[in-house]
Design a protein around this ligand. Structure first.
Ligand SMILES: N[C@@H](CCC(=O)N[C@@H](CS)C(=O)NCC(=O)O)C(=O)O
Length: 247
């Protein structure tokens, strides 16, 4: 998919979250879970909400009852967590996101509602994916749905990789982070996919939100890999442009 390195000034209207496609056809950004609950609501006392701000935004990997786009306050998203399994290897660790406490900031993502049997299944799955394999801890945060009529924030579980975890890499320049992402891949795929899918989610579902860190890394990556540039000219037009004289 060609990319437009400039964020659209005016998104052509934020698309609604696509309804999860039938399991046989993965959706472009927010792949359907193993099977979003259909039919009568599972019996449960109270739902649990899980907030995702990285790969969980587009690859939850567990069954859920509903999902909402929104944000949490007091945190900034940073590509400061190393990953030697999903998007990297022991020899070439990738970089994935975690949250940095940052009062006054907010981080946008997707909150998933799980009910009944979904609760144990999703937490067991995420414990393996995030905690055991990823080095993330859990924390409770207040999630603010983007819907205008949403009154109260929702208490949600979030996975955060703290500086104490062994895979934590910490700060680096956006250029260095982009260079590391370019050469890393793991069991879940290339680290470039991880970055670009997250940038696409923000561009199209949260166009009003700022995320300088994320988009600076995307721009640095695109400047290194011009093949990702989006051009409106057709190849023929480009080819017909007279070459500059070598001077
Ligand atoms: N906890 C964050 C980040 C989670 C994350 O991206 N974890 C990585 C590393 S453990 C992961 O699950 N990767 C799976 C993938 O890259 O597809 C979230 O809520 O999305």
């Amino acid at each position: 998919m060609k990319r437009d390195p400039q964020r659209p000034e005016e998104c052509p209207g934020r698309p609604e979250l696509p309804p999860p496609p039938p399991p046989s056809s993965p959706s472009p950004l927010l792949p359907s879970p193993p099977g979003e609950a259909e039919g009568p609501e599972p019996k449960s006392v109270a739902p649990v909400w899980i907030f995702g701000y990285g790969s969980l935004v587009w690859r939850p990997g567990f069954e859920f009852t509903s999902r909402k786009v929104g944000f949490i306050r007091g945190y900034s998203r940073r590509f400061w967590q190393g990953d030697t399994f999903h998007r990297g290897s022991e020899r070439m660790p990738g970089r994935v996101v975690t949250l940095l406490e940052d009062c006054g900031a907010c981080t946008w993502g997707v909150a998933y509602e799980v009910r009944g049997e979904q609760i144990a299944a999703s937490l067991q799955y995420l414990n393996m994916r995030e905690a055991v394999l990823g080095g993330y801890d859990t924390k409770l945060v207040k999630f603010h749905p983007q819907e205008k009529d949403a009154e109260e924030p929702i208490l949600a579980l979030v996975y955060i990789a703290t500086p104490q975890n062994p895979s934590y890499l910490g700060p680096a320049s956006e250029e260095d982070i982009a260079a590391q992402i370019i050469v890393s891949s793991g069991c879940a795929g290339h680290n470039i996919e991880y970055l670009l899918r997250l940038a696409d989610f923000m561009r199209y579902f949260c166009p009003q939100a700022e995320d300088k860190h994320l988009f600076s890394i995307e721009e640095a990556l695109i400047s290194i890999l011009p093949c990702l540039y989006y051009t409106e000219e057709s190849l023929e037009e480009t080819a017909s442009v007279p070459q500059k004289s070598k001077g």
